[in-house]
Structures are given as structure tokens and as C-alpha cells.
Design a protein around this ligand. Sequence first.
Ligand code: HAM
Length: 440
Amino acid sequence: MTQQKKNWQTLRGMRDLLPDTERYWRHLARSVEERAHGLGYGRIETPIVEEKSVFVRSIGEQTDIVSKEMFEVTRSENDLDDRARFSSKETQVLRPEGTAAVIRAYREHGMHAWRQPVKLWYYGPFFRAERPQKGRYRQFWQAGFETIGDPHPASDAILIYLFWLVLNDVGIRDGMIVDINSMGCKICRPKYRKALKDYYEPFKKKLSKLAKERLEKNPLRLLDTKEEDLIKLRDGAPQVIEYLCDTCRDHFTIVLESLDELGVSYNLNPLLVRGFDYYTRTTFEVRLATDERSQNAFGGGGRYDGLVELFGSRATPAVGFAMGVDRIVEEMIARKVRVPRIPRPDIYVIQLGERAKKTCLSIMAHLHEHGFKTLCNPAKDSLKTQLKLAHKAGVRYALIIGQREALDETAILKDMAEGTQEVIAQKEMVRVLEKRVGKK
Ligand code: HAM
């Protein structure tokens, strides 16, 4: 049988993360973790796979994510036992976002009985079958924060502030702006929906099929459009701010006052309607002030006071946001932000001869146990090659073990910077290196 040659590649919209980029991710992750803990958030990890209905109910059936972007999971034909246990109704999907899963967990683990608010954060991969382009992937990472059980508008502002702090930590806050809007609540939003419907109805004949559908099912989504004609029409559309009830208006005013207090720059954007049905009141997105396209946001979120109840718990106010890790990292790289490199190893153990090959392993293990970052390469034979490798690795010290040193239980300690060397006893190695490299 002839073997066909095949070049395997990552799937469309998916990427490998290589060490040189990974260090930016780690820098961001460290800031997220420190800020989360500093503001009292505990980490939650929910599974990558969830029941589809977790997202359908919460995000909304008409949204792009639910109607066309979810990856469904199929199980192997051989897994008959498992297949039999699942009814066809329980389709499973790769999670497209984190909020619904966190609220599923809130209910499942009886978190309503915990001290409120429950403050949670997560950092992990999410999946949406979108058309890939720069900054838009099918597997992407989010760092998310959810505050559940706090109705106060200041908690909306504190979350935005947290986002702001992280952007500052990773060196890309300059030039960023927070677009903010209020979507109203279940009392005032229906009035706004009606006003929008009334506004667009006379133009119905000219609308695209998609726009007609949106007009029927969720007219707010007409504002969130890329269609030229709709963009023109949008300029004359009623604005949600004019329809807010007193409670929503007061809430929004306090959010803005709190942001002023916290020193966060924002832009009131009456057109900001995010692509999820669960939002109530505050919604926001962070973007470059020079780039008005909301598809390029570095993160976004808002209040979702009705979601916990939708999952069957008692009504509980909540607010949260997620930042797009891929986009933040791309911006860090574009701005040439300096991030710590992977720490260099301290020592390279060079071995010459069969006996030394074995000794070098126990020496490497011994040094690691004492906290030294130590490399060795038993596949290499020549001194020259191993010295080159030690030099490339950037170590200050090399320990050379030849046949004689292996027998004598000694080693040659070479200072790579000074070019000097001395013989030391293997049992003295840790003490000598602690002095040279610093106590581990
Ligand atoms: P979202 O706006 O869909 O919100 O996603 C948040 C951020 O994730 C976006 O602003 C973007 O930076 C990044 N993102 C989304 N899709 C992609 C993609 N395909 N490729 C690269 N980056 C992407 C949510 O997911 C809500 N759950 C946020 C939230 C939390 N609201 C309340 N709590």
C-alpha cells in the first residue's frame, strides 16, 4: 500500500502557541491573577464542553453565536454505552463564552447560599466558528470576571477599573477607551424595542432578509450592523438613553460617576448593543480610541440581572466582563512591550565519556533538587559542541565531568564569563554553586 504524504496543519482559525509568544500570555495571565486576587475574585474553571442549552437559553437563539457559531461535539461510534446515556436533545458544544457556564455552576453548587456577592474569575480557551481574520479566531482565550449578587452600580465601575488596571500592567492602556451604554431593564427595554420597531417599519421593504428577521425578533440587533444602508438609517434611530426608566437612569449615572472617581476614560455610545440577550442596564467594550469598529474590541461585558433566575435560582443581580487575551497580546507585541524572558538556566553539565554520561544525570538531578536550573545533553559527545550549547543557553557556569572526574567524584567548574576554571569535589558542588550563583 502506498503511503500518502500529508502535511498536517492546525484547523482553520486555530493556532499553536509557541514559547516566544507564550511569554506575553504569561505576563498577561500574571497581571490578571494578581488583580483578581487583589480585588477579591476566586478562580473558577468550568468544563470546555457543556450542554448546548446552557448557551441557547442565556445568549439567545437569534444571536450569531447560538444560531451559527457553536461547535457541536460528537462522540465516537464505539462509545456505545456513553451514547446510549445521552438523549439526542442533549447536544453538547464547545463553550463559546464563559458567563452562562459560570451561572450554571453558581446554581449547581448552591452558591446563592454563599456570602454574596460571589466574585469569580476564569482564564481559558473558548470556541466560535467565526470567519477567521486578524484578531478573530475559532479558538481564542478569554480572561473573565463575574460579580454575582451585587446590585450596586459601583460594582459595574469596579470591574471596568479592573480591566483598566490590567491594561496598564501590560503596557497598553494609553490610547484605549471604554465605550459604554445602558440597555435598560425588563420594564423600560420593551418600550425602546417598540420605538425601534416603529422607526424601522416604514423602511422594511428595503431591508435585507437578515435585517427583516432582526426587525421581527430583536430590533436592537439592527443597531449592531455592518450593512451600509442600515448604518445610514441608524443615525436617525431612537436612542436607548431616552427610554430608560428612572431606576435605570440613576443606575447609569452612578456607574459614570464611579468611573470618573476611578479615573477611567469612557465614551457614551448609544449604539453599543452587544450580541447577547442576557444583558440589562450597563454594557461596555474597550477599544482603541482611534478604532471605532466594535468587532475589534479588546473585551466587553455588562450587567445581566436576569440570567441567574433564568437558570432556576432566585433572582440575583450580576455583572461581568471578559477580555480577549489574543487581541491584548497582539497589541502588546505591536507596541513592543517589554515582558520578562523565560529565566535562563544557571548551570550546564558537560559530560565526556560513557561513565560521565551516567554521572551527569545524577548531578543534574541533585542540582535541580537544590533549586538550580540545570541543563545537560547526554546525546552530545564533544567538549566543543557542549561548550557551544552552554554558551547558547546563556549559563554563567559549566560543570565538566570527564572520565577522571567521574572516577574521582570531582568536577571542573568553568566560569563562562571569566574563562577561568577550577576543580571542585562533587560533594562540595552545591555549597560552591550557592556562593557563585546565589542561594537557591
Ligand atoms: P464577548 O464580547 O463575546 O463577550 O467576548 C469578549 C472578548 O473576547 C471580545 O471583546 C474579544 O476581545 C474576545 N473575543 C471574542 N470572540 C473572539 C474571537 N473569535 N477571536 C478572538 N477574540 C475574541 C463575552 O464573551 C461575554 N461572556 C463577556 C461577559 C462576561 N459579559 C459578562 N460577563
